[in-house]
Unconditional design. Structure first.
Ligand code: HEM
Ligand code: HEM
Ligand code: SF4
Ligand code: SF4
Lengths: 227, 294
């Protein structure tokens, strides 16, 4: 019988769901506005009158979801930040060195074990996602309420909104490629965020050996029988 | 089509506002006072300024404004400089560069126009223009500015402002002819000891509203050295193409990674690292791992 570990709780999964939907809407409506050549995504300039409103509604969800999450379960944020900010040890560096070769030749190059709750590369990427999200929210509000902002600052906001969008977009492409299991060795991990939050013990050991071991006893699995 | 231009000669302007009124009449724009909109102005714009300039700035319903500028001479004397504030119809137009819909666009005669059917009221042009020209009409959610009366010029007529001017301060014609006229006026004025300077020959790649000025541009509230703001150039001409490239490369890289690993399943990957399933073996330790596949 396969045994499972809980990887992500309900609040984290709910925030992530809302965030994913809001982000898709923000990217779609944002890119439709990126240049006249992409206006067709929303049916031309007429559609933009609607899609820029959708952009603002999605922006409120984008900001609201984590705020609500923090109110509901503040320890979730501290837990995530602690895991993300864990200092890099030797294993993390070794892991990172193998990561890119692994992506392009998973058959030959395997990832060494590490002691993190979150993998080193994902810790970097997730911190980047959070940082660029903050930039995009701040600049988004400056653009939204431009009447109270000097034109010079609004121009900077527009510039930085796009810069943040670009880096956020690149990071999220990688995040989705790995998280959704398009990269086959990680197939199934998506349900830890979009499903019931659980992952099989074997999958967990493969991805986070130290975390799986700790959680097996914490969550009451007899770990030696479960691989 | 040859480029067209307006020549505004500040030394001939008496501040009668005939052009301002004519612009409103031809373009069917309401008076700014008495339409109920005036009360909506912010407090500081409503305040009494002791100036004939009215309204205090361009607005969605005021596309041409005669500006009244006080200049204090070195001897303490005060003079009044009449200026014109309206779209300059730049060759290198910041508004066109910034516009995300193509609503603000260059016309074959060198002028710039906002197509209200395409405009989505995003105000990027308002932020970009170094002269502060386009203004947002909140009710109609569109940005407004001078279009050099394209409906009149298409019929061979002059723009409404030019037709109205009683003193000859405004001329309209082919741009090279306007430049020649301006230079002739400059030599004449110099001979008479009242120097004039030309504004707009090179600025912004060449303006299609040329100014003859009696003092430096800033005395008229014009930027001495107008240019497309660096942030707008960086945003539109650098960030956007570079961003598209970064996006495409990331997508390509991930696609390659996918192709490189087609057919390599999670099961195989886990077997390679953890050994076969259901052996009851403990998870590999760091040391075993290293020995395993280094
Ligand atoms: C993942 C998050 C977001 C992405 C990917 C995104 C993307 C974009 C893009 C690509 C543009 C077009 C910029 C251009 O034309 O160069 C844009 C415009 C804009 N964004 Fe965002 N954005 C995001 C979040 C936000 C947030 C949180 C806010 C508000 C708080 C916001 C407010 C705006 C505003 C006001 C504009 C100006 C255009 C308009 O009037 O609709 N955005 N966004
Ligand atoms: C289809 C879209 C997405 C998929 C498939 C996906 C998948 C996942 C998965 C599987 C995890 C758990 C990783 C783990 O347990 O280590 C995760 C975590 C996370 N995701 Fe996503 N995600 C998506 C979109 C997004 C978006 C749009 C954002 C933010 C704008 C985001 C931000 C995060 C963050 C902050 C975490 C938690 C921190 C971490 O584990 O590194 N995700 N995602
Ligand atoms: S003056 Fe301003 S609005 Fe007119 S063309 Fe130049 S940049 Fe555009
Ligand atoms: S307000 Fe209208 S004309 Fe100005 S940049 Fe936006 S869409 Fe273009």
């Amino acid at each position: 019988m396969t045994e499972y570990l809980v990887r992500h709780g309900g609040v984290a999964r709910a925030i992530h769901w809302v965030h994913t939907v809001a982000t898709m809407a923000l990217f779609y409506t944002g890119i439709a506005l990126y240049t006249p050549g992409t206006n067709f995504l929303v049916g031309g300039p007429g559609g933009l009158a609607v899609s820029t409103v959708v952009h603002r509604v999605a922006a409120v969800a984008f900001i609201g979801a984590p705020i609500l999450g923090i109110l509901l379960r503040p320890q979730g944020l501290t837990h995530m930040l602690k895991a993300l900010l864990k200092p890099w040890d030797r294993q993390d560096w070794l892991w990172m060195k193998k990561f890119v070769p692994h992506l392009f030749a998973a058959r030959k190059v395997h990832l060494p074990p590490h002691s993190g709750e979150i993998k080193a590369g994902q810790r970097l990427a997730s911190l980047g996602i959070i940082a660029f999200s903050v930039v995009i929210v701040v600049t988004g509000f400056l653009l939204w309420f431009d009447g109270n902002v000097p034109p010079g600052a609004v121009r900077w906001a527009g510039l930085l909104h796009d810069v943040a969008m670009i880096f956020l977009g690149a990071l999220l492409m990688g995040h989705i490629y790995l998280g959704a299991g398009i990269f086959q060795p990680l197939r199934g991990m998506v349900w830890t965020m979009f499903g019931n939050g659980k992952i099989s013990y074997r999958d967990a050991v493969y991805n986070w050996p130290k975390w799986a071991e700790d959680q097996a006893s914490a969550q009451g699995l007899q770990k030696r029988k479960m691989t | 089509m040859a480029d067209k231009a307006i020549l505004f000669d500040a030394s001939r302007c008496i501040g009668c506002k005939g052009c301002q009124v004519s612009c409103k009449r031809w373009n069917m724009l309401p008076a700014s006072i008495g339409t109920g909109t005036w009360q909506d102005l912010p407090e500081e714009q409503r305040a009494f300024t002791a100036s004939y300039q009215n309204p205090s700035d361009l607005r969605a319903d005021t596309m041409l404004l005669v500006t009244f500028n006080e200049l204090q001479g070195d001897d303490g004397s005060l003079s009044l400089l009449m200026g014109r504030k309206s779209c300059m119809h730049c060759t290198d137009a910041a508004c066109v560069l910034a516009c995300p819909t193509g609503a603000a666009s260059k016309q074959p005669d060198g002028t710039v126009r906002i197509d209200h059917e395409r405009c989505i009221g995003c105000r990027y042009c308002n932020w970009a223009c170094p002269f502060g020209i386009p203004k947002w009409d909140e009710a109609a959610n569109t940005s407004c500015m001078c279009w050099m009366c394209a409906d009149r010029t298409a019929e061979g007529q002059k723009p409404a402002c030019v037709s109205a001017c009683p003193t000859g301060a405004l001329d309209y014609g082919e741009r090279p002819a306007m430049l020649t006229l301006a230079k002739a006026r400059i030599s004449k004025a110099e001979a008479a000891g009242r120097p004039l300077s030309l504004y707009g020959e090179k600025e912004m790649g060449g303006l299609h509203v040329l100014h003859l000025l009696q003092a430096k541009p800033s005395a008229y509230g014009l930027p001495d050295n107008p240019k497309v703001p660096d942030t707008v150039t960086a945003w539109q001409s650098v960030v956007k193409p570079v961003g598209a490239a970064i996006g495409a490369l990331t997508f390509l890289g991930l696609g390659l990674s996918y192709l490189a690993n087609v057919g390599y399943s999670k099961k195989q990957a886990q077997q390679a690292v953890l050994g076969p399933e259901d052996t009851g073996a403990p998870p590999a330790t760091a040391e075993e791992e290293k020995a395993g596949h280094d």
